[in-house]
Design a protein around this ligand. Sequence first.
Ligand SMILES: [Zn+2]
Length: 453
Amino acid sequence: MAKPQTSKPRSEKASSLEGSTWRGFILLTAILVGVFFYTNIWKTSLLTATKEESIDPKDYDSRAKRVLRSTPLIDGHNDFPFLLRQQLQSKIYDHDFEAEKLASHTDFQKMKDGMMGGQFWSVYVPCPADLVPGADLHDPHRHVPDLNEPNWAVRDTLEQIDLTKRLVAQYPKLLEFCTDPSCVRRTHEEGKVASMIGIEGGHQVGNSLGALRLLFETGARYVTLTHNCDNVFGTSWVSVDQATGRDAGLTKFGQAFVREMNRLGILIDLSHVSPGTMRDVLLIAKAPVIFSHSGAYGVEPHGRNVPDEVLKSLKHNGGVVMVPAVSISMNAAHPEEATVEDVIDHILHIADIAGWEHVGLGSDFDGTTYIVKGLEDVSQWPNLITRLLARGHVTDQQAELLVGGNLLRVWDEVERAAKESQEGGKLPSEESWEDRIWEVENTDVPGLFPEEL
Ligand SMILES: [Zn+2]
C-alpha cells in the first residue's frame, strides 16, 4: 500500500518553491528597476535644471564657473619651472609654496582661484649659442652649428624635468603628475591640478631620436619642434627672411622626428616654428598637432602667430591652437594696451576660420613680463571665460571645448595613432642626421662578424 501523501512530492514542492521565489525575484527586480529609473530621471532632470535652467544666461560669471567645474581648464604652456631654476637654483625644499604668496604669475593660491584643471609645465632650456636665431639658411657663409659638438641642453632639460616632478611630488594635495588624458580627467574630478611636462625646443633632445624616446619615458608629453633657433629638425619663425619670406621648413631628419613622435604618442608642438615648418609637418603628421602658445596671424601679423591658411588645414589634421596671454603677440603695435579682449579676438578668429574644435589656451605665464591686462596671472582664467561668454554668441559647450575639451580629444587621438602604429609592428626609428660622425674610440675589441672568406 502506498503511504498516504500528506505532502506534495519533493520535486513538486521544490518547483512550487522555485515558482514563488521567482515571483518574488521578478517583483523585487521590477521595484528596483522602477526605483533606478525614477531616481535617474529625477537626477537627470535635476542636473538639467542645474545645468541649463538655474543660471540666468546673462550671469556670465556663474556660467564660466560651471564650465570650469565640468571641464578641466588645461593651460598649454607655463614657464614657472624656469623661474625656480634661475632664481632658486632648483632648490624648492626651503620654501612652502602652499603658504607663500609669490610675485610670479603662478602660485598655488592663484591656481586655486583660477579653477585650473591641468597645466603643461614647460621645461624650457635656451637655445645653445651655436644655434643662432635669425640665421639666413640660404647664405652660403652662414654659421652652421656643428651637430657633433655636444652641449648641455639635454642635461639641463633632464634637470628641469626632475625639478618639475619633485615640485609635483612635494605638493600632492594640489598637484598630480599625469602622462595620459584619463589621468587629467580623474585628477580634475578629485579637485587637483593635473601636471604634465612639455619640452620647448628640439635642441633639448640633443638631435637624437634615442634621447627623444627616453625623455618620453621620463613623462614628457610634448616637444616644440623648434624654439627661437633653427635646429636639425626644422626652421624657427625667427629665421624666416622678413624681406623675401624664404623659409626652409622641415628638414629630412625633421620628417623622421615627426614620424617617431607619432609612433611614440608624444604631442608635436608647432609654436615657435616657421609657417613653412608648420605646413610641412601638417602634410605628414599622422595625428593631430598642438600649438602650445600661439595666436592668430589674421588678427595680429606677428611671426609667432598662426596664418589663416594653416588654421584651415588644421581642420583636416584635427589639431588645436592654444592662445597665449602675451601682449606683444596679441597686439604688437600697442602691447601696453593689450587686454583680455584681444585674447578673445584671437580665440574667436581661430574658431571662425578653423572651428571651435581647434582652439585652446596656452598662457606663456612666467615666460615673459609682456602680459595682457585682465589676464595677468593664473587666477584670472575665470575672468577670461566670463568675458568670452559675455560676447553673447558663445555657448557653454564651445567654452568647454576651448578650456580643455579639445586638448583632451587631441591627446586621445595621438595615443590612439601611436597604439595603432606600434601594434602594426612599427619599430623605433634608427635614423640620424646627415653626416653624423660616429666616433670609434677603441679598436682593440672583437669584431661582430666573421671575416668574409
Ligand atoms: Zn615660448
